[in-house]
Design a protein. Structure first.
Length: 120
């Protein structure tokens, strides 16, 4: 498992997934933290992460991953912070929407982990 912590938010994802018979491997750098637009500048805890990777025959994809209000982890077919104001569709940093296989999604976990002193 790849485990990455930014602020108080922790994400765990498998090191790889199988897509169309090909094994895709991930690293810590494939997980990009996403911060709340207009949020508290002193808050270093993201709202979730984007998993940016290449899919065979699909190009660059960007899966938003976050924990909802109930603590359930969600994996989106597109980025968590998707913009809708590109001048041209080709300006988007993703080539296609992609829903990861369920055996990968079932192993993804996002949760809050406070420092040892218990402070946020």
């Amino acid at each position: 498992m790849i485990i990455k912590k930014v602020g108080d938010l922790v994400i765990e994802i498998p090191e790889s997934m199988i897509v169309n018979g090909e094994e895709l491997f991930f690293t810590h750098s494939d997980l990009i933290p996403v911060f709340s637009e207009g949020g508290d500048p002193d808050d270093n805890t993201p709202i979730g992460f984007n998993l940016v990777h290449e899919v065979p025959g699909g190009g660059t994809v960007n899966n938003g991953i976050y924990a909802d209000f109930y603590g359930d982890t969600n994996v989106l077919p597109g980025p968590l912070d998707e913009r809708d104001d590109y001048e041209h569709p080709d300006d988007s940093p993703i080539d296609t929407y992609f829903t990861p296989p369920s055996d990968f999604v079932d192993q993804v976990n996002v949760y809050i982990e406070y420092d040892e002193d218990g402070e946020e």
